[in-house]
Design a protein around this ligand. Structure first.
Ligand code: NAD
Length: 454
């Protein structure tokens, strides 16, 4: 099929590259010329494992091209997949990019004679596609929905595993306005037939995405809430508690007593809290939307409140040890919101850096690939330095906080920490280190959800 993908960020570029890899003819459209130029030069503008290699293949084969020219792309394709950003701004979801993409596509549809399907892939609040997007398209094109197709196909990929998730989806949700729209979208995914296709209406597709993200975020906040209780009691390790809970087959189905997939265990983990470009904004948008409807969703509110507090708890624990953070130097290990991505949007590291600086500590931010993005938020100065070299950071620091579980960091040995740091103090914000071996090596180890002091 001939497919336009509008917006080539984390979702759009992966979508375009993967669909082209599956044999579709794809045109990627972005407003930002520098992104378009990079893609055509076969350079991925974002870091995502495996993406650049696939990008090189599809550009070389001629199955993918990038442009800023939305009109010619829509004219020469059968489907437009909208994957522009939907940030949370001023207390609600900001749909301005969706509106302008729909407006631009609608203007082209006015002149286009053949059938075209518009599919919203961006995460949008329920009713967006069947009210806002539909009416913008109808007004701009002078045609009625049905004369053009309309679909909502939420994306479930995880940054850091985006290519793998797109190529091997757990399910494909297709919200469709009518049968023709559904059939066209089914064809887009005809080579992904291992995955179940769920056919629903437009607003159900939108709600599935929010429900999935809110549930995963709630599991994380639930784990962090339990972690606080464990810390208050003392001598209870939240990691053991959650392991004891999640070995239940209802959480982790097994065949012949072997785990077939590490189900909910991945999200029932205590840590620094969730970040990224999706969970925080999507949960906030769902909360705001629900309130608009006259219902206050207290569980969703609690998920956010717990998450907001979590990074500050790490600082509090550090203060308990150092008494004051003033004039100390703290190594923040990990800046991206999770490993294998350069995305720092809503990363707990940002809250931690800001709070450390507010408490007059000096900070060394360490990350293999997210330093440039972090510098845009917090430029380097006499109090804040960056390094890709954790060894250098540990040598300089009075304490280290592990924020992102990059494999470079999780491999750090207790002996290394002991050797490099003057007074070895390690806050394990992701519970990836073995407490007893670090303590045996003479490192003061503090783990989220584990306190010995009572
Ligand atoms: P992003 O900010 O990385 O990329 C959006 C891109 O759209 C930008 O490059 C921007 O220049 C471009 N754009 C905006 N308006 C445009 C227009 N009118 N024409 C052409 N290009 C335009 O966003 P993202 O992280 O890829 O997220 C996109 C959507 O997918 C959001 O709704 C998000 O919630 C959802 N989503 C994201 C993820 C994720 O992990 N990032 C996962 C699932 C769903």
């Amino acid at each position: 099929m001939r497919i336009s993908v509008i917006g080539t960020g984390y979702v759009g570029l992966v979508t375009g590259v993967c669909l082209a890899t599956k044999g579709h003819q794809v045109i990627c459209i972005d407003k930002q010329l520098k992104i378009v130029k990079k893609i055509n030069r076969m350079e991925a503008p974002i870091y995502e494992p495996g993406l650049e290699e696939l990008l090189r293949n599809v550009i070389t084969k001629g199955t993918l091209v990038a442009t800023t020219d939305l009109k010619s792309a829509v004219m020469n394709t059968d489907i437009s997949i909208i994957s522009v950003g939907t940030p949370f701004r001023d207390g609600k979801i900001d749909l301005r990019y969706i509106e302008s993409a729909a407006q631009e596509i609608g203007n082209v549809l006015k002149e286009k004679n053949s059938y075209h399907v518009i599919c919203v892939k961006s995460t949008v609040i329920p009713t967006t596609t069947d009210t806002l997007v539909k009416s913008i398209l109808e007004d701009a094109s002078g045609k009625k929905a049905g004369e053009f197709g309309l679909a909502m196909n939420p994306e479930f990929l995880r940054e850091g595993k985006a290519v793998q998730d797109f190529m091997y989806p757990d399910r494909i949700v297709i919200g469709a306005y009518d049968k023709e729209s559904f059939e066209s979208m089914k064809n887009v995914y005809k080579d992904f037939f291992d995955a179940p296709i769920l056919k629903v209406n437009l607003r159900t597709a939108e709600m599935i995405k929010y429900t999935a993200n809110a549930l995963l975020a709630t599991l994380i906040s639930y784990s962090n809430e339990v972690a606080v209780i464990c810390e208050k009691v003392g001598k209870i390790d939240v990691k053991e508690v959650l392991e004891g809970v999640t070995l239940d087959k209802r959480f982790n189905p097994r065949v012949n007593n072997q785990l077939i997939y590490p189900g909910m265990v991945s999200y029932l983990k205590a840590g620094c809290g969730f970040g990224g470009s999706c969970f925080p904004k999507d949960v906030q948008a769902l909360l705001a939307f629900s309130k608009e409807l006259g219902y206050f969703p207290s569980m969703i509110q609690a998920t956010l409140a717990i998450n907001y507090a979590q990074p500050y708890r790490l600082i509090e624990r550090l203060e308990e040890i150092l008494d004051t953070l003033e004039n100390t130097k703290i190594a923040v290990l990990g800046l991206s919101f999770k490993p294998e991505t350069d995305d720092i949007r809503e990363s707990p590291s940002l809250v931690i850096i800001k709070e450390l600086l507010a408490k007059k500590a000096k900070v060394i931010g360490v990350d293999p690939i997210a330093i440039e993005n972090t510098k845009k938020k917090f430029p380097q100065n006499e109090l804040l330095h960056y390094s890709t070299d954790y060894k250098h950071a540990l040598q300089e620091a009075d304490a280290a906080i592990l924020v992102t579980a990059w494999s470079d960091f999780t491999k750090i040995s207790p002996q290394e920490v002991k050797k490099l740091m003057k007074i070895p103090i390690l806050i394990d914000g992701r519970r990836v280190f073995d407490k007893s071996s670090f303590e045996a090596a003479g490192v003061q180890y503090i783990g989220v959800g584990l306190a010995e002091y009572l």
